[in-house]
Design a protein around this ligand. Sequence first.
Ligand SMILES: Cc1ncc(COP(=O)(O)O)c(C=O)c1O
Length: 451
Amino acid sequence: MADFMFVLKNFLVVSLAMNMCLIWKISYDDEETLASKWSSWGNLQQKLHFHGSCFNGEKNNGRLEDAHVSKRTQILPTTSSGAATVVPDGGESVVINLDHGDPTMYENFWKQKGEETTVITSGWQHISYFSDIKNVCWFLEPELVSAVTRLHKVVGNAKTDGRHVVVGTGSSQLYQAALFALSPPNASDPMNVVSAAPFYSSYPLMTDYLKSGLHKWAGDAYKFNKQNPYIELVTSPNNPDGSTRQDVVKGHKGILIHDLAYYWPQYTPILSPADYDIMLFTVSKSTGHAGTRIGWALVKDREVAKKMTTFIEINTIGVSKDSQIRAAKILQAVSDSCDGDESFFDYSYKLMEKRWKKIREAVDKTELFSLPDFPPEICSFSGRSFGQLPAFAWLKCEGDVDDCEGFLRRHKILSRGGKHFGASTKYVRISMLCRDSEFELFTKRLPAIIS
Ligand SMILES: Cc1ncc(COP(=O)(O)O)c(C=O)c1O
């Protein structure tokens, strides 16, 4: 009897396992079938994915801007040169993923530069944790300081004199370091963190992810009416809508962080050197080197710079030296190019201008969509007069389409809906930073949408 029970038990376990496998296989196949319905070809590994995201109380699945590999969405396969591979049906079946802001559009410029920007590192180099122990930010490579300072002087977009430079693993880490530095450790309530809507969709998540008790996301700065201390994030030009921003709360207990990731002359006329207490920059959007993961903060107050350094020390014990050296080389090459025939900013400006002309032409051919307009201003760097050429298009679905993201998804265009930015679902954010092949397909598909 005992033997029989043993055999029966084993039989049940095996059969349960087989059923689980079957169920899993069916659902997995469904996913794959869906993917292959959308596109019957392509490099299935090269798919980008972002988890569902939210702000203010919605279920939060952890969506960040760039860089999660997906099993579900499929993007236009390109060769490493950025050229599209042959598309069998004129591209109709391709899912165009313009949700994320991966800045691959500058790849060809850097290819042309070739050896000039190659960095070779020997096995014995960059071994120590330390870079410059006399500096407040002791893991900051002196080469990076020189490159950053020189570039800001060449472009005229930020004051560096009398500032401390703090390096971070992307400006995302610096944002969190700044929150840590600016939130009092012993306050009875967490520090409120606000930004004017539409705000960068990663701010709420990065603010609250660790539920630290030091700070908490308090939403749209326009709606903030408490008398408590607060930190206001000012992103200018703004992600997602490209507008030039100033602080809006203007309370006497406010501290400002200026995120100037897009204050570069390919996106906006440079009007004067920014002169704020804490300014964040990143190579991700200035030169397109998002994968190098280097950002820098220009900080007036030594104590704040020290606390930001402490955060990074606790968080990652510094920042990759190899990446800092590479970023320094790239930034020096950008400054050098400004003395040559075609500067990086000439190249990138022309590319952005061309893309904005194309997207506006595509939108003008239909009544279904609209885009914001930007009045021209004179850029002190280039002398050109132009309106903003934002890294993202803040596209509005006109008429009775209320869910613009869902509407575009039905036409196999992936974008990020307005609710992620604290705004109406009639809006979506479209990345303008993708490779040419994807952008071409997008501007071809958009005007062909009739309903
Ligand atoms: C406004 C803004 N700030 C910061 C970041 C993050 O930059 P990093 O790649 O340096 O972390 C982004 C990236 O999209 C951004 O749009």
